[in-house]
Design a protein. Structure first.
Length: 161
């Protein structure tokens, strides 16, 4: 950076892999948001009632994403706090939304079709089956977030990781 050259990871990392890293960033914040929301709902049961159960996951995932992306984008671009937040919202809103479409879409399918209709059972968050289905849902989230991250990085709205 002091020599005004691009960082080695931007020069040497193939673009499809850089896009995958950007998409996996979304997955990490989604996972942290899910785990944090699950524990918070367990410790303070009134919260899911106030924020609606699934909104709590989205709020946590988005908050983690904004914080993580801020510390990636703002220093690299030398942005002020306000400019950094605007840049992060542009990058993370689309990326995280795309991830959650795939992830929650699969979880709805697993809950209503696989477990409820096929097995006549409920998919509960305190079960091994729930977290196994969540792993598959994360793969679906990656599949829906990858093309969005490709576009975000190509247009410069998101930094290459």
């Amino acid at each position: 950076m002091q020599r005004d050259r691009p960082m080695p990871n931007k020069q040497l990392t193939p673009f499809p892999l850089a896009v995958a890293n950007g998409a996996l960033h979304c997955g990490s914040v989604c996972r942290l948001g899910d785990i944090g929301a699950e524990w918070l709902a367990f410790l303070v049961p009134a919260l899911p009632v106030w924020f609606l159960w699934h909104s709590l996951f989205g709020i946590f995932a988005y908050a983690f994403g904004v914080v993580f992306q801020y510390f990636t984008i703002a220093p690299m671009r030398n942005l002020s706090f306000g400019q950094g937040i605007i840049a992060v919202v542009k990058a993370d809103t689309l990326s995280l939304t795309a991830w959650q479409v795939g992830m929650y879409g699969f979880m709805a399918f697993a809950y209503f079709v696989i477990f409820q209709d096929t097995f006549g059972a409920k998919l509960e968050p305190n079960s091994v089956e729930f977290w196994f289905m969540m792993q598959i849902a994360m793969l679906c989230g990656f599949a829906t977030a990858y093309p969005v991250n490709w576009w975000l990085i190509r247009t410069g709205l998101k930094e290459q990781m």
